[in-house]
Design a binder for this molecule. Structure first.
Ligand code: SAM
Ligand code: SF4
Length: 461
């Protein structure tokens, strides 16, 4: 398939509005406390009949220092002794969760996210993986996608070697920006040499699909300064890049109050940075996967997009479709069968649930048939920029034009604006529409159709 994108400033300005990122459908806004730990446990037991592979997500919430822009769920602390009591609860949760799933179900995907997973000590990393192996069957032949988020300030080449030994084979590195002025303004001083050392060690150890995280829209960034960061990042040759849009929402994310809004690039400068970024990355041989993600054309994500096997869930894009996803640790979200379930969002509540011998699920949602159909449509559009009606009709036993008549009508302006092309066979997202894929998916979101407008989501661009 054609993986190109076109940056159309006028269209982007017109369509720029708040919208979900569709790591789930329905989105977390629809999760409710009527969905309990018991509902979750039942869904897990029922899912065993499918024999589907598993994906495990672990949330390690701690960070040594706080980056002022950060919107992640984290606890900034210098007190490393907080990790052990937390991990003790994670081990107990592993036992509770492991008991729900057949041991024959292989874990093909595993991810440590945060916070900063490498906040914990080497011994703790080894122990966490051992405990995981005690309760789940990991695909240990390196065929699994075992990934970890690395803060290069919190990892040495020895850390990387150890992570490889215990089974990891993918990683993403938080960089954000190499410019010292930007780093100072966001309280993330990170020497380029540290990033290089970790990257070099990862290559030596045989990590695949190494990814780098950048953010545009941070204080003092200009088109020129960010282009300089990009040039240096491209020189390091990562297989993938995530270029996130910084949304300044200080009322929601407390650390952001320490960023002076006057230092932020103006919206038109942000758009210029985005445009320059796309030009720089595509001319350097990266392809746009979608939703902030770029990859080399021979990276497995780009290949999966071309051959139609790409998938997307809470862990982002992946080649392991249709696993049941088990979320472990504070705030983690699981996706098992036709349900989503989320663990307690504060560490105290999480500890309390586990100490009482309970799963820490505090809310979730069971999908209706309509939710499942729409989730299928949205996932296909986000992953492949193409929706063949026949595939949806066959899978769900419906006539697309009838079932989605109202949704198709909502697409009309996007057809007129050249974002998409629709014919009797399906929907094609055109190069102009690819940056606006969220808007296109929003047309199929039944929850938004019933609301005044999207509430509590960040801007699309
Ligand atoms: C959990 S962190 C990655 C691991 C590690 N904590 C680190 O920072 O290196 C996940 C990523 O989210 C992105 N991020 C965090 N807050 C953001 C925000 N407000 N806007 C956009 N991206 C953000 C950053 O690129 C960061 O690398
Ligand atoms: S960006 Fe990473 S290191 Fe910085 S505060 Fe957020 S989670 Fe922690």
């Amino acid at each position: 398939m054609d993986q190109s994108i076109t940056f159309d400033l006028d269209l982007i300005r017109r369509y720029d509005q708040s919208g979900p990122r569709y790591t789930s459908y329905p989105t977390a806004v629809e999760f409710h406390p009527g969905f309990t730990a018991d509902t979750y446990a039942e869904a897990c037991r029922n899912s065993n009949a499918s024999g589907r592979a598993l994906s495990l997500y672990f949330h390690i919430p701690f960070c040594d220092t706080v980056c002022f822009y950060c919107a992640c769920n984290k606890i900034a602390t210098k007190d490393r002794s907080l990790a052990q009591p937390y991990l003790e609860r994670v081990y107990r949760e592993l036992a509770l969760q492991g008991a729900l799933f057949d041991r024959s179900r292989r874990v093909e995907q595993l991810h440590w996210g945060g916070g900063t997973p490498t906040f914990i000590s080497h011994d703790q990393m080894v122990e966490l993986m051992e405990q995981t192996r005690k309760h789940f069957t990991l695909a240990d032949d390196d065929s699994g996608e075992f990934s970890i988020e690395i803060d290069p300030r919190e990892a040495t080449p020895e850390t990387i070697a150890l992570l490889r030994r215990i089974g990891f084979n993918r990683m993403s590195l938080g960089v954000q920006d190499f410019d010292p002025r930007v780093q100072e303004a966001v309280n993330r001083i990170q020497a380029e040499a540290d990033t290089m050392a970790v990257l070099g060690a990862a290559r030596d150890q045989g990590f695949r699909s190494i990814s780098i995280d950048l953010i545009y829209g941070l204080p003092f960034q200009t088109v020129e300064s960010f282009d300089e960061t990009l040039a240096r990042v491209i020189d390091c040759g990562p297989d993938r890049l995530s270029v996130f849009n910084y949304a300044h929402l200080p009322e929601r994310f407390k650390p952001q109050r320490r960023i002076n809004p006057e230092d932020l690039p103006r919206p038109e400068v942000k758009l210029d940075i985005l445009q320059a970024t796309i030009e720089r990355l595509t001319s350097s041989g990266y392809v746009y996967i979608g939703m902030d993600h770029f990859a080399r054309p021979n990276d497995e994500l780009a290949l999966a997009q071309r051959d139609g096997t790409l998938y997307r869930n809470f862990q982002g894009y992946s080649t392991h479709a249709h696993c049941d996803l088990v979320g472990i640790g504070v705030t983690s979200i699981g996706m098992v069968g036709s349900t989503y379930a989320q663990n307690e969002r504060t560490i105290d509540e999480y500890h309390a649930a586990i100490d009482a011998g309970r799963l820490a699920v505090f809310r979730g949602v069971g999908l209706s048939r309509d939710d499942e159909i729409r989730r299928d449509v949205i996932t296909r559009l986000i992953c492949h920029f193409h929706l063949p009606f026949a595939a949806v009709e066959e899978r769900w036993g419906l006539r697309f034009a009838d079932y989605f008549a109202a949704d198709l009508a909502r697409l009309e302006p996007m057809i007129a604006d050249g974002l998409i092309a629709v014919d009797g066979e399906g929907i094609d997202v055109l190069p102009r529409g690819r940056l606006l894929i969220r808007n296109i998916c929003m047309a199929f979101d039944a929850y938004l159709a019933n609301k005044e407008g999207p509430v509590g989501f960040s801007k699309v661009i």
